[in-house]
Write a protein that binds this ligand. Sequence first.
Ligand SMILES: NC(=O)c1ccc[n+]([C@@H]2O[C@H](COP(=O)([O-])OP(=O)(O)OC[C@H]3O[C@@H](n4cnc5c(N)ncnc54)[C@H](O)[C@@H]3O)[C@@H](O)[C@H]2O)c1
Length: 511
Amino acid sequence: MSGLLINQPKYSWLKELGLSEDNPGVYNGSWGGSGEVITSYCPANNEPIARVTQATLAEYEETVQKTREAWKMWADIPAPKRGEIVRQIGDALRKKIKVLGSLVSLEMGKIYVEGVGEVQEYVDVCDYAVGLSRMIGGPVLPSERPGHALIEQWNPVGLVGIITAFNFPVAVYGWNNAIALTCGNVCLWKGAPTTPLTSVAVTKIVAEVLEQNNLPGAICSMTCGGADIGTAMAKDERVDLLSFTGSTHVGKMVAMMVQERFGRKLLELGGNNAIIVFEDADLNLVVPSAVFASVGTAGQRCTTTRRLMLHESVHDAVVERIAKAYKQVRIGDPWDPSTLYGPLHTKQAVDQYLAAIEQAKQQGGTLVCGGKVMDRPGNYVEPTIITGLAHDAPIVHTETFVPILYVLKFKTEEEAFAWNNEVQQGLSSSIFTKDLGRVFRWLGPKGSDCGIVNVNIPTSGAEIGGAFGGEKHTGGGRESGSDSWKQYMRRSTCTINYSKDLPLAQGIKFE
Ligand SMILES: NC(=O)c1ccc[n+]([C@@H]2O[C@H](COP(=O)([O-])OP(=O)(O)OC[C@H]3O[C@@H](n4cnc5c(N)ncnc54)[C@H](O)[C@@H]3O)[C@@H](O)[C@H]2O)c1
């Protein structure tokens, strides 16, 4: 017997997801894959779970062709009927929600409720997309010319390439997949190379729905791989929209490759999110919010709070209360229901954690709590609070994807808003206050410059109904709710002359 977790009775539930010791990492209507074999490891103990055979570039090529072929019939299906397929995908996910959530927990390392929560997000987006399938539309605008109609027509872009990050191995694909499908697009997904089993398990669920409806499976294709497949997608003219979620560093390279071919891109990149606590804040809201948003998912959310700005009048009291709460966070196996805090995803992340702490100390920071790697199997580090750094210290302006919270002390509202906005990233931001004037200044043109601007709630934990994404080095994309569907469609402005004359716009005479 191999040493893979999938062969241990304790993990036999993995087989309910159709997984086995060796899994094909390509799906385009049929399963395949003959590229590099990668082993997926469990971050809580660094034990191997199972293996996935990734796509070769030749298999990528074949998959793109099949996916584009599938578009020809998918685009002809009326949007409400496409919505019905998305509804079935949501239902299929509902049936597997616990077991798929457990896989996310095992493979990514987030706690079980968050793993299930991710699948719930996909389900919610499916529900949202079903409604959307009967609502997508453009306006009929008043034409200045008699006997003319001016209308906006929205069409699918075609093939949507989806590259996702390790930290949301289900939800981010779900946001893109459900909306893109409803809009009439086909999808080609490359998940993170460290969460390939989740990519395979999700694709199996989606593929079964397509196949049961006698639709080409290539409507939702998958090619597991790393930078090689990702680069191929970025450079490929046949990928009509590339939705990329990941670090700003890689996102920038991807954006340049897509721009080089004047392609469309949707970028969801790094964040450096702040909570600002004013003197009038309800500290009973602040403390659990700050702890959830900085410690949750072991600091590995794009919306994790990395900077906590405290008014000087509440600074010491809040630091004391948060440090106390940090010590009570239950650390353990992520799939244990009582655990609130699990491991980092990889050993490299542990190294990044240690390096960031060293830099913070060199730049003048003081450790309030945490700072050490934990003496237990897996990639566990102590959740960490650092005070005393300058608001513009280089480490404070860096997104280190680990549970380190930098606490800053401020005096005035102007100062706090300016510090919020001075970082390169622009994803999420929150203030805690009861001052109504301040709330509206925060929401207004001189307030937060982020895509997500909250009041009296933490920076993380967004709902699917709103448009999700951020400004500046976060990439500017918007996914999920509101009118994000527009990113997955192309707009035609159509003028139809139903008169017998040919009047020109702006009253121009050409006679
Ligand atoms: N804004 C958001 O919505 C959002 C959501 C989740 C994560 N993130 C960000 O993602 C980062 C963490 O995720 P990560 O470590 O998986 O990011 P990453 O940038 O290392 O990897 C993201 C994806 O890009 C692929 N990739 C790597 N090199 C590539 C290349 N040259 N061309 C094309 N693709 C390539 C990876 O295989 C992976 O699938 C953090 O910065 C986090 O803030 C952002």
